[in-house]
Structure formats: C-alpha cells, structure tokens
Design a protein around this ligand. Structure first.
Ligand code: FAD
Ligand code: MLT
Ligand code: ZN
Length: 464
C-alpha cells in the first residue's frame, strides 16, 4: 500500500514506466536508499525506482520531469560525499541502477568491455581478468561500488599512479539526459575529435548532467606477476621520498599508499587485523609493482629488492608475491574506512596537494583539527603517490562544519583541492570556490543550465 502523502500520479507513471514491482514506496524498503554509507547524509524519497533498460531510465526521467520531481541516481551507495541519497525535504525520486547489470564480452583486440551502469566493480574485474585484462581501477568498495557510480564520481583508488583515475579508463558512455534523450558514445573509437567530448563531460558529473546507463571500459593488460611490499618509514616526508625513488626505479609501480601508526592501531583494535609490518613505524607504505612479461617477471623480485636497498629511510619490510600473502599486506590499509566508521559518524575530507607540500600539509592539518575539535579522533591515510590524503575526523556532530572548513582551507592554502577522488556531492558544496575560480564555477553552471534547465538531476549536488 502506498504511504499517505506520496504522489499517486507520479508513482503510477513510474509503475507504467518500469512495472509496479520496481517502484518501491514503503518507508522500510526505501530506508536503505535514503541514508549514505557514512550515516552523515540522509533524506526522504517519494519512491525508489529500478529501471531495467535505457528506455526505462528515459521513461522514468520523463515521468519525474512531468511531475516536477528531482532524480537522484544511485549505484552501490558507497559514495562518501552524500551525492547518491536524497536531500532532506525535497520532492525526489531515487533512480537505482541495480537492474542495469548486463556484462558484455571483452573485446580482446580493442581491450574494451561494455557493461551496464549497475555492474559492480568486482563483477567487471572478474570478466576482465578472465580475458587477461584488468579494469585498471581498484578500490576497497569493489563488491558494491558500481561502474556507473565510479564514472559519475571519477573514482580514483589504489592504481591511479599507473592507470589514472576512472576518466582514463572510460572509452565511451551511454546516458539519459534531463529531457529524456539518450546520448551514446559506444563505438570504442580511440580517436574521435568530432566535437565536444560528451563522455568526458559526463565523467565526474556526479549525476547532475545525465544518468549513465552503459559504460565502455578501456581495460589494461593484467600483469603476469605482482610483488607487494609494506615498508616502515619514520615520517610522511620519508614516505614521499621513498615513493619518488620507487617510481623512478620501477616503471611497473602500480600502487603507493600510506597509513599512519594510529590508524593501523585502530584497524587492529576494531577489526582484529594486524599491521603489515612489526615495530609500529610512524608511517607504513604499501606499494605494489607488476611485470607484464615472463622475462620481466623473472627479475621482478630482484629489481624490487635493489630499489628498496637504495632507500635508507626504510626500516621494517614485508614482501609478498603469492595472492594470499599480498592480500594480507593490503588488508589493514583497505579496512581503514570500516575501522573509522566503528567510532561514529566521520567527517571525511578527501584532499590532494602537490606532492612536495604533502608533509607540510599533514603537520598543519593535524594542528588545525586539534585546535578546532580538540576532543575528536583524527585518522589520516591515503594515496601517497597521488598526493592524496584522507582526513577523517570523528567527534563533531554530523552538521557541525567547523572541522570541514578548517581542513579544506588548509588544503587550499597548500595549493590543493577540496576533492581528490570522492567528488563534491553535498558535503563539499560550500567549499567548491576554494579551489575553483568564479569563472570556472560560472562555466560549470552554464553547462548545467544548458543540459538541465529545470534542475531535475541531483539538485543540491556540486552547486548550492
Ligand atoms: P553511489 O554512491 O551510488 O553514487 C555516487 C554518486 O554518483 C552520486 O552523486 C550519484 O548520484 C552518482 N551516480 C551513481 N550512479 C550513477 C549513474 N549511473 N549515472 C549518473 N550518476 C550516478 N572512492 C575512490 O575514489 N577511491 C577509493 O579508494 C575509494 N574507496 C572506498 C572504500 C570504501 C570502503 C567505501 C565505502 C567507499 C570508497 N570510495 C572510494 C568511494 C566510492 O566507492 C566511490 O565514490 C564510488 O565511485 C561510488 O560508486 P557507487 O556505485 O557506490 O555510487
Ligand atoms: C580509501 O582510499 O580508503 C577510500 O578513498 C575510502 C575512504 O577515504 O574512506
Ligand atoms: Zn581513497
């Protein structure tokens, strides 16, 4: 039965578009779609609708437009800036991509794979791997995060140092625009300069310019061998230097991550996962190196050992080559997000600064957070190879912005960005102007107005 106050006309139109069984209106069924992964952002949806094809997505968008309801696209709901859940108080429909789950066959010659927007990263990775390829983007939320959500947020993850972010791994998209029309760039052309790059525009648009329905992934070849190392170093400055040296010595460097001692303590206490190296070093770097031929694989371990020997800052070291041992070295790094969530609702500030400023940023941001929120718990970690740190603060109330403002101001003062890889969502809207000029924001607004004049798609995300 439909709850009182819901728009019967709209839910009927949605049911006509996708079938009544795919229009969810009961409060307890909607609940999981209305709150984000962190628990910091929540709202109320008129309905959750689950279209099963691009035509159905277009019909949903048209039905919402006709009734003046906004459309919030949602994939795996692992986003960390509140952009995939409805805002409080608006007339919104959550469009879940859960049924857009078709997985194509790998085109081995072109090294491309066509998938539905609702396909999880793990599913795309499995298909790519079976054909000797990889998606090239990897992150701990792989079992839930969808390819469509990763396109929409231009997700980063642990392999950006080698493969770039999601933007670099997208050969084309299909998407439904706010007027219900469909744009399709799926021919897989490596060269195509006929006009504006619509695919590029949709990558990182966070559901504000179109609903992505299919994605043509640009895969990378899978290495034949991988070595994972965990390295204890005395400081973040040393971590930056070590990673710089590894990058120069090892062209196959795929990942370079950093954790701090207090974060690894928390992971051990909360989740019973031991740190990757003993001795509680101030910073632990987890790095991964690949080899793409048997000849290169034969000398990989020696090359890695020689590169590590040339770094005097490295103390405790662990090296792994087989998959279970490599997974063990990764586990404590990967589970920081989960461990922090056990402490309460985190303020998650995902920033990047130029590499040369990273250590100074770390020192200053710790001091600023201690001054602004003295009773909070602060845990840092991140993608050191990309100059990207995740500053997580637990303690301040979810709607207390003081710590967010302080951290993002420090990032901006160091020439950095308020969002490295998670997006602006609703969480960073007040801070966009810290790293984007008025002219840039005006250009972005002009694009938004041209493609979505009524503000139907994800209002409140990116812009106020
Ligand atoms: P959702 O959370 O559902 O949505 C995210 C945004 O994309 C929203 O604005 C939504 O409206 C929009 N959207 C979703 N699908 C579509 C679509 N089909 N068309 C248009 N817009 C759409 N992120 C990183 O970058 N790097 C990491 O290393 C990383 N690690 C993570 C680890 C954990 C444990 C968790 C919980 C999250 C992590 N994230 C990371 C964040 C998150 O996984 C990514 O942002 C991911 O891209 C979100 O995908 P999703 O399908 O869950 O999207
Ligand atoms: C990570 O690198 O662990 C992710 O971006 C998730 C997070 O910041 O919590
Ligand atoms: Zn990250």
């Amino acid at each position: 039965m439909e709850p009182a106050g819901r728009s019967t006309e709209l839910t009927k139109a949605l049911a006509d578009a996708v079938g009544a069984e795919h229009v969810l209106v009961e409060a307890d069924v909607r609940a999981g779609y209305e709150v984000d992964w962190t628990g910091r952002f929540r709202g109320d949806a008129l309905a959750v609708v689950r279209p099963g094809s691009v035509e159905e997505v277009a019909a949903v968008v048209r039905a919402c437009a006709a009734s003046g309801a906004a459309v919030v696209a949602q994939g795996g709901n692992t986003g960390l800036v509140g952009g995939g859940v409805p805002r409080p108080g608006g007339r919104q429909v959550v469009l879940s991509t859960a049924r857009l789950r078709a997985v194509g066959e790998v085109d081995v010659a072109a090294r491309q794979l066509l998938v539905g927007a609702g396909v999880t990263l793990a599913a795309a990775q499995a298909t790519a791997h079976a054909a000797g390829c990889e998606v090239g983007v990897d992150l701990a939320a792989r079992d839930s995060a969808t390819v469509g959500g990763m396109v929409a947020t231009n997700a980063g993850g642990v392999h950006v140092v080698r493969n770039g972010p999601m933007r670099a791994r997208v050969a084309g998209v299909e998407a439904v625009l706010a007027d219900g029309s469909v744009v399709r760039r799926l021919a897989g052309l490596v060269k195509d300069n006929a006009g504006y790059d619509l695919t590029g525009l949709l990558v990182g648009s966070e559901g504000t310019l179109g609903i992505v329905t299919r994605v043509l992934l640009a895969l990378v070849p899978a290495p034949v061998e991988r070595v994972t190392v965990a390295l204890g170093v005395p400081s973040l400055a040393d971590a930056v230097e070590v990673v710089g040296r590894l990058r120069r010595a090892l062209p196959g460097l795929e990942a370079a991550e950093a954790c701090f001692a207090d974060g690894l303590d928390l992971v051990e206490e909360a989740l019973r996962v031991a740190p990757p190296v003993p001795g509680r070093p101030a910073v632990t770097v987890v790095a991964e190196v690949g080899a793409w031929s048997q000849a290169a694989a034969g000398v990989l371990l020696d090359e890695v050992a020689a590169a590590l020997d040339a770094c005097p800052a490295i103390g405790a070291t662990a090296v792994a080559t087989d998959r279970p041992s490599r997974t063990r070295l990764w586990e404590a790094r990967e589970r920081h997000t989960e461990a922090v969530a056990t402490l309460g609702v985190p303020h998650k500030l995902d920033v990047a600064v130029p590499l040369g400023r990273l250590a100074a940023f770390e020192a200053e941001v710790r001091a600023r957070v201690a001054a602004v929120a003295p009773r909070s718990t602060t845990v840092l970690w991140g993608h050191v190879g990309d100059g990207n740190l995740h500053v997580n603060v637990v303690g301040p109330a979810p709607d207390d912005e003081a710590v967010d403002a302080a951290v993002l101001a420090v990032a901006a003062a160091h020439g950095g960005t308020v969002s490295a890889e998670h997006g602006i969502g609703v969480a960073k809207v007040p801070y966009l102007a810290l790293t984007r000029s008025p002219e840039e924001v005006a250009a972005m607004r002009a694009l938004k107005s041209a493609l979505d004049p009524a503000g139907l798609l994800n209002p409140g995300v990116l812009f106020p």
